[in-house]
Design a binder for this molecule. Sequence first.
Ligand code: PMP
Length: 410
Amino acid sequence: MKVLTPYDIAAVRADFPLLRTTVNGKPLIYLDNGATTQKPRFVIDAIQQYYTLQNSNIHRGVHHLSQLATDAYEVTRNKLKDFIHAEHGHEIILTAGTTHSINLVSTCFGKAFVKEGDEVIISAMEHHSNIVPWQMMCEERGAKLKVVPIDDDGVLDMDAYARLLNDRVKLVSMTYVSNTLGTINPVQQIIQMAHENGSPVLLDAAQAVQHMAIDVQALDVDFLAFSGHKMYGPTGVGVLYGKEKWLNAMPPYQGGGDMIKDVTFEKTTYNDLPFKFEAGTPNIEAGICLGASIDYINQIGLDHIAEYEAELLHYALEALAEIEGIRFIGKARERSSVISFLIEGTHPYDVGVILDKLGIAVRTGHHCTQPLMDRFGIPGTVRASIAMYNTQEDIDGLVAGVKRAARMLL
Ligand code: PMP
């Protein structure tokens, strides 16, 4: 089978300097994209350009450089608005990443709307960053955390979800795509059911935005969280999208510069959206350069990326299935380009170490989803996660590497 590429994959690969590196004397095969993606020259150049030509603090100075940096930062906000089809630019809060975004909502939404006896729903496949903030908030406010179970294929039990919805449920927070199983959740249905119950929904889109087009208005989702570094952009920046009505109804997260209108020792009035939630000097460089990564993705087109990654995933699943003793963790029909597996009789860590010797970067362990590992009764998995620059040859290398690891370990 020859995987067809709807874009010039050689040209795309050439844009990513680190893909040309060698590891242990072998050409790198980078399949840890779920953890973070590599960066194109376009983004790296933007970072250099920022420090050489624009560096200044934003939203403060009247001087030329400050205006330049502020404009560039706000251009990114606007690009993000278009990227996820938000109605307003001020519904885009620039944060440090998905974790920060979810903590912001759990804290501020919790303060405004959650009281003793209330409930929050998550799922059994959540990343720790979509579990722990809710646990902390529920503990503080005397609320209960309810968990939607999954089946053995890693698919959400929607009947159980329906049964959990009741008038105590103040919010539903679910992952769009599982970082461990690759499952794409039926988010439209999840949101519709929650809304019929009067509950808003937060989607953790950390593993979704770089793989598929998202329209927050069509989804009617209330909050959406994602990270720049998983979408070919810099680390230290991410996004919280929130519907204006919710963001306005929530108190600020942190106090400090930028989030205020007026301060006296007696009383402070808070700034308007989005600045109310953006206290202090942000990661300006990362914020500006996230705009470059969006330009890069748009230039290739998310539809093309989704089409190609789906083909490559299909090829990889078929090729890996030939390996003796392989057990896939996560077999949902609707899935994204994450493959978790175990080789019978081996520990995932040992497989990962041998793959590394061969220049193949995969993730091993619990992938910040310990409760999910407990659900499957396993300590961890080997996880290969695909990005738009991976090739059929990368997958062939992975399959050969896993076969070799199995031969060495068994
Ligand atoms: N949610 C999911 C589904 C993730 O995959 C990750 C990153 N592994 C996160 C949240 C946390 O993202 P970050 O570390 O960038 O805040």
